[in-house]
Design a protein. Structure first.
Length: 417
């Protein structure tokens, strides 16, 4: 592969750069979280540079921004279109179960992006899910050609170590350029991405490019969502090493927002009645903690939270989730299936352990809980919807929030817990 800091952003230059080390310019994206967002951010940057793209992510297969019906058949057609030059580049999200179940041919991909495994969280690292994810990440790294590039997160030491062990060139991203792993990499002449003076920066030690202020990346919610900043770093660095010019990286990041039809309940952001609504569906306690940390840093009049009982979390984590809700929310609207009484009680106990008790309301289901939130929020409020059923929740909030029950019925359903 050409020197990864040598930019020639001419027509077909990106495709040619990736073809140098592989028959097809297909980019793999792997990791325990952020894969879909990184893939979509990367694809947004490619489109900003004028490239025709195909993509296979968790919500389906896309070509030129349009979703195709089916998965395996459409993906084969995307690869055929890439082979014949009808599409310039394809992006493939790698699910760990598929990687380990089907396997990957070694030395195939010209470029892979590895987001994170556990972000150095000790409890996560000991879990079975983390062990499976680590095996999948290692398989994806082995699938990169020796003359290819592995883009990896330096804030996750396991990921950085695995990338460094690859015969492929590796490029590292980190939230701060003071990260010691990133610093060693840059001193050795490597390429990276980091945030400096609130600007996303890519390049090497002698030739850094200031791309965009993190607050101007809509997906970061004014820079508050740190994990979205990390995702932007990964996508920007992948684009940079593929040959995309810095100005196109800036445009791609500044125009990207998580599309509810493509990334349902993945930090989708809505405006309503002067307030901002964020909808997400965290599946681990540490991802919930990161989300809460970001929301807490936002300037706001008050916070409202709509939450179920976290069916994806182990029961032992539900009380901790409740404590996080209680710490953040001025008003918390809970909903639960009658069969989930044990989880609801654990959630209530966690909320009750918060230093300052919020007002807690109980709704009969998620739709009614969202209605209560929509009726109460106002200017400068922030609402967080932790969706149990993302599809149904989004039907209620997108393309425009709609209150589906009248005020008397809603008030009758309210109940202080």
């Amino acid at each position: 592969m050409q020197a990864i800091h040598d930019h020639l952003d001419t027509p077909a230059a990106i495709q040619d750069r990736l073809r140098l080390c592989g028959e097809l310019p297909v980019v793999a994206v792997s990791g325990s979280r952020g894969k879909t967002t990184v893939a979509c951010m990367f694809e947004s940057i490619l489109r900003a540079s004028g490239r025709a793209t195909g993509m296979w992510i968790s919500s389906g297969v896309y070509a030129l921004g349009e979703r195709l019906s089916g998965e395996l058949g459409p993906w084969q057609r995307v690869l055929l279109a890439v082979r014949h030059g009808e599409l310039d580049i394809a992006v493939q999200e790698m699910e760990s179960a598929t990687v380990l179940g089907v396997g990957l041919p070694e030395g195939t991909y010209p470029l892979a992006v590895i987001t994170t495994i556990c972000g150095n969280n000790d409890a996560c690292l000991l879990s079975q899910d983390a062990r499976v994810e680590r095996q999948a990440v290692e398989a994806v790294i082995r699938s990169v050609r020796s003359d290819g590039v592995v883009v990896a997160g330096a804030d996750d030491f396991d990921v950085a170590e695995a990338a460094a062990a690859s015969p492929a060139t590796h490029a590292l991203f980190a939230l701060r350029n003071a990260n010691p792993v990133l610093q060693r990499h840059l001193r050795a002449g490597g390429t990276g991405a980091w945030v400096e003076n609130d600007y996303l920066t890519v390049g090497d030690a002698s030739n850094p490019h200031r791309i965009i202020h993190v607050e101007r990346i809509p997906a970061t919610l004014d820079g508050a969502l740190v994990f979205q900043v990390q995702n932007a770093l990964a996508a920007a660095l992948a684009a940079y090493v593929a040959g995309v010019a810095p100005q196109h990286i800036q445009v791609g990041l500044s125009t990207y927002t998580p599309d509810p039809t493509v990334q349902p309940a993945a930090c989708n952001i809505f405006e309503y009645n002067g307030a901002r609504i964020v909808i997400d569906a965290p599946k681990t306690i540490w991802s919930l903690r990161m989300l809460m940390r970001g929301i807490r840093s936002l300037p706001r009049r008050r916070t409202m939270i709509v939450s179920g009982v976290f069916p994806a979390l182990p029961l032992d984590d539900v009380k901790d989730a409740g404590r996080l809700l209680g710490t953040l929310g001025a008003i918390v609207v809970l909903h639960a299936d009658p069969r989930s009484s044990e989880r609801l009680e654990a959630l209530r106990a966690g909320i009750a352990s918060a230093p300052t008790l919020p007002l807690v309301l109980l709704a009969k289901d998620e739709t009614h809980a969202i209605d209560q939130m929509l009726n109460k929020i106002g200017a400068d409020d922030v609402a967080l919807v932790l969706a149990s059923d993302p599809e149904r929740a989004l039907e209620h909030l997108w393309p425009a929030p709609v209150i589906s029950i009248d005020p008397p019925a809603r008030r009758k359903s309210d109940g202080k817990v």
